[in-house]
Design a protein around this ligand. Structure first.
Ligand SMILES: [Ca+2]
Ligand SMILES: [Ca+2]
Length: 88
C-alpha cells in the first residue's frame, strides 16, 4: 500500500494478470477503499510492481513489469487517478 494521491491516506494498487490491468483503490481514511477501483491497462501478464516516485514530482508512481511482453509499464501519478476523487 502507498499513498498515490498525496492526501496521506494509504491507497491500494493490485496487479491483475488475467485482465492485464492494475487496479487502484483509493483509501477513504476510515479504513475502507473506493469501489470499484480505477483500472489501468498495462502490458500483458503483469507480475512485479514497484512503487516509487519515478519522475520526481513528489508523488508516487507505479512501474509494472510484464512477463509476456518483457517490458515495463509506467503509471505516473498524474495519469493514475481518474476520475479524481476530489472533483465533484
Ligand atoms: Ca491517498
Ligand atoms: Ca511521480
Amino acid at each position: 500500500m502507498a499513498d498515490f494521491t498525496g492526501d496521506n491516506i494509504p491507497d491500494l494498487a493490485v496487479t491483475n494478470a488475467t485482465l492485464d490491468m492494475v487496479s487502484i483503490s483509493l483509501g477513504k481514511g476510515d479504513g475502507t477503499f473506493t469501489y470499484p477501483p480505477i483500472y489501468h491497462e498495462v502490458a500483458e501478464y503483469p507480475q512485479g510492481m514497484v512503487i516509487a516516485d519515478f519522475n520526481n514530482d513528489g508523488l508516487l508512481d507505479i512501474a509494472v513489469s510484464s512477463r509476456d511482453e518483457n517490458k515495463i509499464s509506467l503509471l505516473l501519478k498524474k495519469n493514475m487517478v481518474n476520475p479524481s476523487p476530489f472533483a465533484n
